[in-house]
Write a protein that binds this ligand. Structure first.
Ligand SMILES: [Fe+2]
Length: 532
């Protein structure tokens, strides 16, 4: 094993031969933690072909101290390859996180934490294939798991996939307040109404979400990655501008945002990206995950650096936002640094598939034609969209596919420079997009009603629910389904991208069967979505 000095804050690498867990903490002279229970499970994340970040969290700690981590090649822990002590800290609420280096590529490992003689669950992960590997890659993608909106029958469906290289949450991992008719109780927050604003309140929210066995099992079984969208802080915020949905604002917005960001990293099995930039950008989440030669996943942040939504973030029936307002080149979605990074990665990636982990839809969502219904997505930031798509066109970058969350709806289709095609095939398709539904959060009409308090007019609701109408007004769509919840399973090979939209029959019951509602293929070299 190579040591991990300097990379894993709080971790003390020990190089002991396999022996009793209890001895390890003593030999590193770190006082063992006093008290503490592993109530939120374990997780692995930020995988590479050689490294992984391992996570857990202790509740009810009496005094901070060392927790022992073991990593082994077998579930019985006979072949231990790493044992180290990780210090918990009060300031991070005894979140346990450490990065392990020097692992073998594409190999399965098992890990567990131990505190005062009690072990956590045993987690498992497989490292990613090495650079140059043409091994197929399989990724589960999902978003929008509002705890009160339903049961995690979709998360359970993902668990039935036995060979995922990675699970990616594309945003709305938590919801900062209650938006929908509750199917389950959430009494977090000062007023016990589920609205969280302070750091301890956000921590309580994650603890609630991590009381769900389908979610914790997903994190235990597969390497987990995530990007945040708005609800990890507050509905529809934009950089330093708050959204408007808060019922009882008690904390200045920037403080609230910092609370949300801190709690996020305390509960996720990965560190902020950016390395040397860390001081400048303490909460950077945009980053790249290299999956052998087959794919590179580019994860974005469309909240932290964006300008405010145009036209007051209005929705129909208010007068439509003009093209000039939506496409104003003075307004940015990604911010200059992230946009330059994305263009650089797209141009220089050697991977066959450039998969973009994207919070909000890049294809236009026009209801009716030429009138975007949602200016919170790329439609409200047309200049940045045109710039990214022009980079793809000018450099003839092949096999770009956007994997998207946010809109609580399944879509698949073609991405042109303007995000829309006026007739099928025009302007030409440059990339594909798969919008993978939502785990529990309800569809567009219910969400607009819940977040704005203004119901979508019945005529517009009917248009949103009508797949024939949507396709006629958005010829860039190959598929839409606004009724079902669920997630996507993406398999990438050198020849093609295979995508399945999977959907539970219900999220209103704790258990459900899960079906493939539509399968797709994208042939390498052809930015067109084929229905299978
Ligand atoms: Fe959402």
């Amino acid at each position: 094993m190579r040591g991990a000095a300097g990379l894993a804050a709080g971790a003390v690498a020990t190089r002991l031969p396999a022996a009793g867990l209890a001895t390890a903490a003593g030999k590193t002279a770190v006082r063992p933690v006093r008290g503490g229970k592993f109530l939120q499970g374990v997780a692995s994340g930020q995988p590479s072909h050689r490294a992984i970040t391992l996570w857990s969290k202790l509740s009810d700690v009496e005094q901070a101290g060392g927790v022992v981590l073991e990593v082994a090649k077998d579930s019985g822990f006979d072949r231990v390859v790493e044992r180290r002590t990780v210090r918990t800290q009060r300031r991070s609420d005894h979140s346990i996180k450490t990065r392990i280096h020097g692992l073998d590529p594409h190999e399965r490992y098992f890990y567990r934490f131990e505190a005062h003689g009690k072990s956590s669950e045993v987690g498992e992960f497989k490292t990613l294939p090495p650079p140059g590997s043409k091994a197929p890659i399989k990724i589960g993608v999902y978003s929008c798991q509002d705890y009160v909106a339903g049961f995690y029958t979709g998360n359970a469906g993902l668990l039935a996939e036995d060979d995922l290289d990675l699970v990616v949450c594309l945003g709305d991992y938590i919801y900062e307040r209650q938006f929908y008719e509750p199917q389950r109780e959430d009494k977090t927050g000062k007023n016990g109404d589920g609205e969280v604003q302070t750091l301890p309140e956000y921590r309580d929210k994650y603890a609630l979400y991590h009381s769900d066995p389908n979610l914790t099992e997903l994190r235990r079984r597969f390497p987990f990655n995530a990007i945040w969208d708005d609800h990890e802080v507050e509905d529809n915020y934009a950089d330093e501008e708050p959204g408007e949905a808060t019922i009882d604002p008690r904390v200045p917005f920037l403080e609230r945002r910092r609370n949300g960001y801190r709690a996020y990293f305390e509960h996720m099995p990965f560190y902020p990206a950016g390395g040397r930039e860390k001081k400048k950008n303490r909460f950077r989440i945009y980053r790249s995950v290299k999956l052998g030669h087959t794919a590179e996943l580019l994860l974005l942040d469309q909240r932290q650096y964006r300008d405010d939504q145009p036209c007051g973030d209005t929705i129909p029936p208010t007068p439509p936002c003009t093209d000039a307002e939506r496409n104003n080149p003075e307004r940015t979605y990604l911010g200059d640094e992230q946009k330059a990074w994305l263009k650089r990665r797209l141009r220089s990636s050697k991977a066959t598939w450039k998969l973009v982990g994207n919070q909000a839809m890049i294809m236009a969502f026009d209801v009716p034609a030429t009138q975007p219904i949602n200016v919170d997505q790329w439609d409200g930031y047309g200049a940045d969209r045109a710039e990214i798509m022009a980079t793809i066109a000018k450099n003839e970058i092949e096999n770009v596919s956007f994997l998207t969350g946010d809109i609580h709806t399944f879509f698949a289709g073609q991405v042109s420079e303007t995000g829309r095609q006026t007739v099928a095939g025009t302007p030409e398709s440059l990339a594909t997009e798969f919008v993978a539904g939502s785990m529990t959060s309800l569809g567009v009409p219910e969400t607009i009603n819940a977040t704005t308090g203004v119901p979508l007019p019945p005529a517009v609701q009917a248009m949103v629910a009508d797949e024939v109408f949507l396709k006629a007004n958005n010829p860039h769509y190959a598929y839409s389904n606004t009724e079902r919840r669920g997630y996507g399973v993406i398999k990438a090979t050198g020849e093609k991208l295979e995508v399945k939209f999977r959907s539970p029959m219900t999220t209103k019951q704790p258990e459900s069967t899960v079906d493939t509602i539509q399968a797709f293929e994208v042939q390498a070299g052809t930015p067109e979505v084929e229905l299978v």
